[in-house]
Design a protein around this ligand. Structure first.
Ligand SMILES: NC(=O)c1ccc[n+]([C@@H]2O[C@H](COP(=O)([O-])OP(=O)(O)OC[C@H]3O[C@@H](n4cnc5c(N)ncnc54)[C@H](OP(=O)(O)O)[C@@H]3O)[C@@H](O)[C@H]2O)c1
Length: 290
């Protein structure tokens, strides 16, 4: 039975990955900040050496995009140093790493979907720290797959869908930015893809882009409209605004749509459209968020 060390098992994505991997009958050991600080190299080495996993799936990250602007050290400790530590431990033990990264490694100036060879150029500290983590992994000598995804939502985390639903229950109008383009992605779909990658693994070191995307991209405003429709909150009005109106500490890329062709070509993986994924999410969690 394949042994998998799941890092970030208590996160929004990690919880769904745990369920997907257990469903395939892998032996999964869960790690999170309570039982393993990935910024601590000795602790990482000792945990990996004693479990001797075939795979390390890294869903851990410092994910507070605005917080990273002022707390660069914490972001770097998890998103860069932590990845370096996992990569070193993987190299020592022969484990292969599947590491999750982000569309925020790009600057958003492109007008067509980003592919894996496009130049990276983060415009916020979170993006810089994630890019440094990617580089650390690529240069480590460890066997790896880097999966870049975007605009994640799922049952077990703070995310845009749940925020809109909560606001829609308490407000008559919500202003949402309509000038940032991307692809919302359901964590369960990424979790399923990770289990598929492990089953079909071709052992190559590659970066892949993977989002719910097949019927194109959207803006946060149009995503919010779809959320209130699917979850039947249509008495709340969604108002489009420009991002200048929503002052946030970190800049976001204007356009961060990811081209998913490469993972379809190499692994036959193609996720459903973002609209279908949202309907599935509604079906999975029901109409009400607590
Ligand atoms: N959320 C998005 O919209 C989005 C978009 C694109 C890419 N991503 C990437 O997708 C991945 C999963 O994101 P997510 O939204 O599921 O994250 P999340 O909900 O914030 O979960 C983060 C996980 O990392 C763990 N963690 C944090 N610091 C740690 C440390 N020092 N040592 C060990 N574990 C630590 C947390 O453990 P505790 O629970 O114990 O603190 C938690 O399990 C990340 O790589 C993120 O960069 C996210």
């Amino acid at each position: 039975m394949l042994k998998i060390a799941l890092i970030g098992s208590t996160g929004m994505l990690g919880i769904d990955v745990n369920a997907a991997l257990k469903g395939v009958n892998f032996l999964v050991k869960n790690f999170n900040s309570k039982n393993l600080d990935i910024a601590n190299s000795e602790a990482v080495n000792s945990a990996v050496e004693s479990f001797k996993p075939d795979y390390i799936v890294n869903c851990a990250a410092y994910t507070n995009v605005d917080g990273a602007e002022t707390d660069k050290e914490s972001a770097d400790a998890v998103n860069n140093l932590g990845v370096q530590n996992l990569a070193d431990a993987a190299l020592n033990t022969g484990a292969r790493i599947i590491h999750i990264s982000t569309d925020y490694v790009f600057d958003g100036t492109k007008k067509t979907p980003y592919n894996e060879d496009d130049e990276t150029n983060p415009i916020n500290e979170y993006g810089f720290s994630k890019l440094r983590g990617e580089e650390a992994l690529k240069n480590s000598g460890a066997s790896y797959i880097i999966l870049r995804t975007s605009w994640l939502y799922g049952k077990n985390g703070k995310n845009f869908v749940n925020t809109i639903l909560k606001l829609a229950d308490s407000q008559k109008k919500i202003e949402v930015v309509d000038d940032q383009f991307g692809s919302p992605t359901y964590t369960k779909d990424i979790a399923y893809a990770i289990s598929e990658i492990i089953i079909k693994d071709n052992s190559k070191n590659e970066i892949y882009h993977l989002t719910n995307s097949s019927d194109g991209h959207t803006t946060w405003y149009k995503f919010a409209l779809e959320i209130v429709n699917v979850f039947k909150r249509t008495n709340c009005e969604i108002i489009p605004v420009s991002s200048d109106k929503s002052a946030r500490a970190a800049r976001r890329p204007v356009y961060s749509v990811l081209d998913n062709a490469k993972i379809k070509e190499d692994y036959g993986i193609e996720l459903r459209s973002w609209k279908d994924a949202l309907k599935k999410y509604c079906n999975d969690i029901g109409y009400f968020i607590v």
